[in-house]
Write a protein that binds this ligand. Structure first.
Ligand code: SF4
Ligand code: SF4
Length: 172
């Protein structure tokens, strides 16, 4: 009986291999195939625009103040109606996130008064140099929506006086 034991175990192992050959594979052929992320996944940040192309970020630095990892650097400048980037007085002339510091906690998202920054579904972040890990505004801001204008825009005086829009039902 003891002689048969290894053969039985071998047969069980082979049976498992044979059975798995006919099951649906669970592996994903990344990077050709990408698995969709969960709805509340927090990936690389996106800076948003309004439908007309103006930037939602008003350079207030609340996200930088809320960031526990000191990963965000914001420098603001004045808007004018001749050269307007965002509604209200100021816009972010420099906006940088150090992705090596970020812990993807989402505090920046929560702190933002204009819903300008969200953490998206982009998870492919790789660098070969520490400086490459600092993502500037140009990399973070979303493209101009269809029908919108790129920034800076020339706008009518007295139209964009509010930095923070009236929000009846702010998103979670
Ligand atoms: S997700 Fe958290 S750590 Fe990353 S930039 Fe935002 S507040 Fe900072
Ligand atoms: S992303 Fe939001 S919180 Fe951060 S500077 Fe811009 S408006 Fe302020």
């Amino acid at each position: 009986m003891r002689v048969l034991e290894p053969l039985i175990e071998l047969a069980r192992g082979l049976w498992t291999t044979l059975r798995m050959m006919f099951e649906k594979p669970v592996t994903v052929q990344y990077p050709e195939q990408k698995k969709p992320v969960m709805p509340r996944f927090r990936g690389r940040h996106i800076l948003h625009r309004y439908e007309n192309g103006l930037e939602k970020c008003i350079g207030c630095s609340l996200c930088a103040a809320a960031c526990p990892a000191d990963a965000i650097f914001v420098e603001s400048s004045e808007n004018t109606d001749e050269k307007r980037f965002s509604p209200g007085e100021r816009y972010a002339s420099t906006y940088e996130i150090n992705m090596l510091r970020c812990i993807y906690c989402g505090f920046c998202e929560d702190a933002c008064p204009t819903e300008a920054i969200t953490l998206g579904d982009q998870y492919e972040l790789s660098f070969t140099d520490r400086r490459q890990a600092i993502y500037p505004k140009e990399m973070l801001i979303e493209p101009v929506p269809t029908g919108g204008q790129p920034t800076p825009q020339k706008t009518e005086p007295g139209v964009y006086t509010r930095s923070v829009p009236e929000m009846k039902d702010p998103k979670d």
